[in-house]
Design a protein around this ligand. Structure first.
Ligand code: IPM
Ligand code: MG
Length: 360
């Protein structure tokens, strides 16, 4: 099969980790007889430096014309980088929000699991880690607080800021459907997370999720308040299968779930619209402190590329092969610095990419 992939290398460690993911994709092409055509676009700080904005309309058009987008990471150090002296809509992150909105990527899938080989890295007590966990955080990505009207103004002599949390029933219904569809392919449980004891938007969320649930009688649905969910994630993460939630709660809980897994450098993500099109990126950030030193862990990006094969290209065998290669290399004891453990061989970003490619 021929596929067109738009590539966003981005900032910080982005270019290094994307290079390794492409190395692995090229090996998949060679082994399985596919051809992938890559087109680079700029987004984030590098786009600000080159074009004055974090994402140009031409770049969006290029991404739209592709079958999928592979993204490394964007942004810099928020205290020291000049990008953060610009007005908010010109900062690197505005590019990410724009591409999500322009491409209609409303469903963000963030798997958080405890890799068997990395159980020692789990920061939870041994008896909790022992049980393992494997959840999929389904975060609504183009609505809610991050896209509602916002302004800062002086009211009665006081500087006052307003952000708006807005959802309509259709926005809730389509992410809920995706959540239940994914649950059907997993352990058939959905935990819908909201703050329905306080927020109207959460009460509507709960009502629509209950309606959608009627079409999925095999899936067990529970509702959980977000503060309780944050606590349950560290108390007993094994209870979760699909965690379905709105934009900001998903942003926060997915970082918490990633940390609990002890291997942020391993976690992939996919952002999907209603078609097969998707944007694939690691769950971690651009780590500017280690950029360009061959220290970054490329596995989350490589596993994101595997998600691309599975969800956008229907290449399940190929995705399995990439995931199996990651597992093999970990079993063989190779680790990047962020997940190193006693008795393991520490390798750099490039060597990790070489090892994965060679096991496919
Ligand atoms: C994420 C990031 C972004 C978000 C930021 C960079 C805008 O934290 O992908 O989780 O909040 O969506
Ligand atoms: Mg986040």
């Amino acid at each position: 099969m021929n596929k067109k992939i738009t590539v966003i290398r981005g900032d910080g460690i982005g270019p290094e980790i994307v290079t390794e993911a492409i190395k692995v994709l090229d090996k998949v092409c060679e082994k399985f007889g596919h051809s992938f055509e890559y087109t680079d676009i700029l987004m984030g700080g590098c786009s600000i430096d080159a074009c004055g904005v974090p994402l140009t309309d031409e770049a969006v058009a290029t991404a739209k014309a592709a079958d999928a987008v592979l993204l490394g990471a964007i942004g810099g150090n928020t205290s020291t980088s000049p990008w953060y002296k610009l007005e908010p809509k010109l900062r690197p992150e505005a590019g990410l929000l724009k591409i999500r909105k322009e491409l209609g990527l409303f469903a963000n899938l963030r798997p958080a699991l405890l890799f068997d080989e990395l159980k020692d890295a789990c920061p939870l007590r041994a008896e909790i880690a022992e049980k393992g966990f494997d959840m999929m955080i389904m975060r609504e990505l183009t609505g809610g607080l991050y896209f509602g009207d916002r302004r800062t103004e002086v009211v009665d002599g006081l500087e006052t800021a307003v952000d708006t949390l807005i959802y309509n029933e259709n926005e809730i219904r389509r992410i809920a459907r995706k959540g239940f569809d994914i649950a059907m392919k997993r352990r058939k449980k959905v935990t819908s997370v909201d703050k329905a004891n306080v927020l109207d938007s959460s009460r509507l969320w709960r009502k629509i999720v209950n309606e959608v649930a009627k079409d999925y009688p095999e899936v067990e649905l529970e509702h959980m308040l977000v503060d309780n969910a944050a606590m349950q994630l560290v108390r007993d993460p094994a209870q979760f299968d699909v965690v379905l939630t709105e934009n900001m709660f998903g942003d926060i809980l997915s970082d918490e779930a990633a940390m609990v897994s002890g291997s942020l450098g391993m976690l992939a993500s996919a952002s999907l619209n209603d078609t097969k099109f998707g944007l694939y990126e690691p769950s971690h950030g651009s780590a500017p402190d280690i950029a360009g030193q061959d220290k970054a862990n490329p596995l989350a990006t490589i596993l994101s590329a595997a998600m691309m094969l599975r969800y956008s290209f229907d290449m399940d065998k190929e995705a399995d092969a990439v995931e199996a290669a990651v597992s093999t290399v970990l079993k063989e004891g190779y680790r990047t610095g962020d997940i190193k453990a006693e008795g393991c061989t520490v390798v750099g970003c490039r060597q990790m990419g070489d090892l994965i490619a060679s096991r496919i």
